[in-house]
Design a protein around this ligand. Sequence first.
Ligand SMILES: [Zn+2]
Length: 73
Amino acid sequence: MDRRYSMARFNEDIPEPYVVAECAQCGGDIYEGDEVSRIDDGGGYVHDRCATTYAMERVYDAAGIIGKDGEIN
Ligand SMILES: [Zn+2]
């Protein structure tokens, strides 16, 4: 279990989790052992849980069902 979510966070004998980077999407800390995606052009990182939102905000301008006219509803 991740110590951040258990009483072990109060045990000072256990070293603090190492912060590797800051998430480019949510701004939160990325700790050693977190699942992440590395950004292709910028070289930063995002949490896996933030990767879809990061891509949707930067790559696509619409998402949904496309109609005959090419419009997305
Ligand atoms: Zn994040």
